[in-house]
Design a binder for this molecule. Structure first.
Ligand SMILES: C[S@@+](CC[C@H](N)C(=O)[O-])C[C@H]1O[C@@H](n2cnc3c(N)ncnc32)[C@H](O)[C@@H]1O
Length: 226
């Protein structure tokens, strides 16, 4: 089998880690420097798309829906959001590492069909936490896939997102009946409890990495009441 070849790398702002982009024939992988395994791989994106489906299926017929996607990665979640929401929707994607957006505007864009070029997409270059803390706009769905689950991995600053304070802010930034959906490699009963304590009605869904096979990933689907 051909080896993976590093084609680019970029520092993660606010941390001493870097993201590495690798290619093997038509496949791509993003890794965190010094961390074994892939943060994202272009061959396995079923659960990243399920994240979008679970958060946005109720928005299919809602006009002017607003969705926030935390973490662009290879754009699979963003692309599925765009396939799910109507033409009047606005989808903000927050990406911490500017190079990831450049990679998506270049050769990485072919993986998910260039969702950053969609007229409904607005790119926020920066930390999704800053957007949540400092902007007043509200959303019908907030999707987070920035780590391997509710423990900070890409950047230690991400801890805030999963803290009681972070979850309260996410709750406040949702419109009535809005959904927060968080991708995770594993279940985390304490995190489920923390979501419930915030006021969310929580479902933990299991989704395979590929249709019908592969690792069993988890998605926390947390809905705000009316
Ligand atoms: C696992 S990948 C996302 C995969 C994506 N769901 C997809 O479909 O390809 C995680 C992404 O989140 C970004 N990220 C990490 N922390 C972030 C933060 N605090 N704010 C915004 N983006 C962040 C990383 O740079 C990376 O691009």
């Amino acid at each position: 089998m051909d080896p993976w070849i590093t084609i680019a790398s970029a520092a993660v702002p606010g941390s001493d880690t870097e993201l590495i982009l690798l290619q093997r024939n038509d496949d791509f992988a993003i890794r965190i420097g010094g961390v074994p395994g892939d943060l994202m791989n272009s061959r396995t994106h079923h659960s990243e798309e399920a994240l979008a489906e679970l958060a946005c299926s109720r928005l299919r017929r809602i006009e002017n829906a607003r969705v926030l996607v935390g973490g662009l990665g290879m754009g699979f979640t963003l692309a599925q959001v765009l396939r799910t929401v109507p033409g009047s929707a606005e989808v903000i994607v927050a990406e911490l590492v500017p190079a990831v957006v450049e990679w998506n505007r270049g050769m990485l864009g072919q993986c998910a069909g260039r969702p950053v070029d969609d007229g409904r997409t607005r790119v926020h270059l920066g930390d999704v936490a800053d957007l949540l803390k400092h902007r007043s706009e509200k959303f019908d769905a907030i999707l987070l896939d920035v780590d391997n689950g509710p423990e900070a991995m890409t950047s230690s600053d991400n801890v805030w997102l999963y803290s009681p304070d972070g979850l309260r802010t996410i709750y406040e930034k949702l419109r009535p009946e809005g959904i927060a959906a968080i991708w995770s490699a594993r279940a985390d009963p304490l995190f489920t409890k923390r979501l419930e304590k915030t006021g969310f009605d929580v479902q933990l869904r299991t989704v395979r990495a590929r249709p019908g096979k592969g690792s069993r990933h988890k998605i926390f689907v947390a809905q705000k009441s009316r």
